[in-house]
Design a protein around this ligand. Structure first.
Ligand SMILES: Cc1cc2nc3c(=O)[nH]c(=O)nc-3n(C[C@H](O)[C@H](O)[C@H](O)COP(=O)(O)O)c2cc1C
Length: 218
C-alpha cells in the first residue's frame, strides 16, 4: 500500500489550451512547444520515447533524439540492425512521446515509420562528430557484448581502420526513420488534475494536411 504522506505528488499549471487559440493543424503548434523547450535550455529537449511492437506482440520502448521534423514526419537516426529497426521492419506502426517537465507538457505521436533515403542518412552521418561516426562502425547495436573491453577494442580497431580517411563513410547498416503521424496529442498539465488534452487525427492523405481536432477528457 502506498503511503500518501511520502508518495511524491506534483501540482501542475500552465497556459490554458482554449479552442479559440488552437490551430487547425498540429505542426506549427508542435514547433512552438519545441521552441519553448529549446529556449528554456532544458537538457535534450529533442529527446523522445520511441515505442515499437515487433513480432512478439510485446511493446518495447527507448529514448531516441528527434533530428528533423516536417509535415512529412518526425525523424531520428539509428542502427538499421538494432532491435528497434527489426521491430519497425516487422511492424512500422510506432509511437513517439515527448515530456517537457518544466512546462508540464506531453506530446504523443502515433504513425508509420518510413526509412529515410540514403542521401539523407549520408548527409546526417557526415554531420556527426568523428568519435560518434567511429562508434557507429564499432558497435553492433543491441547485440550482446562480453565486456566493455571488447567494445573499446572494436572502437580502437575502427580508429585504426579509418586513420588515413579524412571523411568516414556511413556504415551501410546505419540510417534513420521518419514517423509519418496519423495522430498527435498535446497535453498541458493544469490545476486539480483538470488537464488540457487536444488530439489531432489525420484526415485523408499526407499531402492534404487535413486534421480533425478533438478535446479529450484528462
Ligand atoms: C538521451 C538519449 C538519447 C538517445 N538517442 C538515440 C538515438 O538518437 N538513436 C539511437 O539509436 N539510440 C539512441 N539512444 C539509445 C537508445 O535509447 C537505445 O538504448 C538504443 O537505440 C538501442 O535500442 P534498441 O535495442 O531497442 O534498438 C539514446 C538514449 C538516450 C538515453
Amino acid at each position: 500500500m502506498l503511503n500518501s504522506t511520502t508518495f511524491y505528488r506534483q501540482e501542475y499549471t500552465g497556459p490554458l489550451l482554449e479552442e479559440a487559440s488552437l490551430p487547425g493543424t498540429p505542426f506549427g503548434f508542435f514547433q512552438n512547444w519545441l521552441d519553448q523547450a529549446i529556449e528554456s535550455k532544458i537538457s535534450e529537449p529533442n529527446a523522445m520515447l520511441l515505442s515499437t511492437v515487433g513480432a512478439s506482440g510485446c511493446p518495447s520502448a527507448r529514448v531516441v533524439l528527434l533530428k528533423d521534423f516536417s509535415e512529412q514526419g518526425f525523424c531520428f537516426f539509428t542502427n538499421g540492425q538494432s532491435h528497434k529497426a527489426g521491430e519497425i521492419q516487422h511492424n512500422p506502426a510506432v509511437a513517439l512521446t515527448f515530456y517537457w517537465e518544466p512546462f508540464y507538457r506531453q506530446v504523443r505521436i502515433e504513425g508509420m515509420a518510413v526509412p529515410v533515403s540514403t542521401t539523407v542518412a549520408d548527409a546526417y552521418f557526415a554531420l556527426r562528430p568523428r568519435g560518434a561516426q567511429l562508434s557507429a562502425w564499432a558497435s553492433s547495436q543491441s547485440e550482446v557484448v562480453s565486456s566493455r573491453m571488447v567494445l573499446e577494442a572494436q572502437y580502437q580497431k575502427m580508429t585504426e581502420r579509418f586513420k588515413n580517411e579524412a571523411v568516414i563513410p556511413r556504415p551501410p547498416h546505419w540510417g534513420g526513420f521518419c514517423v509519418v503521424p496519423t495522430m498527435i496529442e498535446f497535453w498541458q498539465g493544469q490545476e486539480n488534475r483538470l488537464h488540457d488534452r487536444v488530439r489531432y487525427t489525420r484526415l485523408g492523405e499526407v499531402i492534404d494536411n487535413a486534421w480533425q481536432r478533438d478535446r479529450l477528457a484528462p
